[in-house]
Write a protein that binds this ligand. Structure first.
Ligand code: KIV
Length: 261
């Protein structure tokens, strides 16, 4: 199987599967597991850096995570999140910051928002930078929404989400993440656009799914209700390290095969 391209995403045949990764070893592992896309998400702020939301991570940290993921040379498409306040201020700044992520190895960037960022999406796309949209729950609006709340619950909100999806599509985005909206709303959005919708916490009527790696493998302190844990890597790590501690304390490690005279 060859490298996954933007064109492969645009075709959107069969459910597309994405997951986040923020470093070299996990990028290798998720790629070997067969995902179509790896998102270097600004969720790194929370699951890697222990911050309470995604607002605290900057472009330099995101570039460093992106470079680490890209060094794994994944088959999967590498998409990097543009962090809070790196694209909202002015389009030139957005171009400069998107280029920083592309130079670090991103094959596309993701921006949160709808109609209000359509011009910026268009500028990036015209400059040759593929853009993935992100509507519904936008974690970068955490302060305005007062937390991580489901979006699109009223008819008016749902209608606006469809408008947002269309605006982002028209601006040239090749796919859209739809986060934490009712399944029926995600279905309407999916039916209203010609680019693939990649859903998280928005049900099955989408062209693909995305989850945060640390929720999937059991390394998150707290996971959203819509995530599914497939493994308990936390227990595995704790148990391995506890064994190491015990063996050093008891003088079992290092054993003869672990050193030279
Ligand atoms: O940063 C992230 O992990 C994301 C996903 C939740 C889609 O944007």
């Amino acid at each position: 199987m060859g490298k996954v391209s933007i064109a492969d995403f645009r075709k959107g045949r069969g459910p597309l599967v994405m997951i986040t990764a923020y470093d070299y070893p996990t990028a290798r592992l998720v790629d070997e597991a067969g995902v179509d896309g790896i998102l270097v998400g600004d969720s790194a702020a929370m699951v890697v850096h222990g911050m309470p939301n995604t607002l605290g991570i900057g472009i330099e940290e995101m570039a460093m995570h992106t470079a680490a993921v890209a060094r794994a040379r994944p088959r999967a498409l590498v998409v990097a999140d543009m962090p809070f306040m790196t694209y909202e201020t002015d389009p030139r700044e957005a171009l400069h910051n998107a280029a920083r992520l592309v130079r670090a190895g991103a094959e596309a960037v993701k921006l949160e928002g709808g109609t209000e960022i359509a011009d910026t999406v268009s500028r990036l796309v015209k400059a040759g930078i593929p853009v993935m949209g992100h509507i519904g729950l936008n974690p970068q609006r955490y302060l305005a929404t007062g937390g991580f709340r489901m979006a699109g619950r009223t008819e008016e909100q749902a209608r606006r989400l469809v408008e947002d999806a269309k605006a982002v599509e028209e601006a040239g985005a090749f796919a859209i993440v739809v986060e934490f909206v009712p399944a029926g709303v995600a279905r309407t959005i999916t039916e209203s656009v010609n680019i693939p919708t990649i859903c998280i916490g928005a049900g099955p009527h989408c062209d693909g799914q995305i989850l945060v790696l640390h929720d999937v493998i059991g390394l998150s302190e707290k996971s959203p209700s819509f995530a599914k844990r497939y493994a308990d890597a936390g227990r595995l790590i704790r148990s391995a390290v506890a064994q190491y501690v015990e063996e050093v304390k008891k003088g079992v490690f290092p054993a003869r095969e672990h050193y030279r005279e």
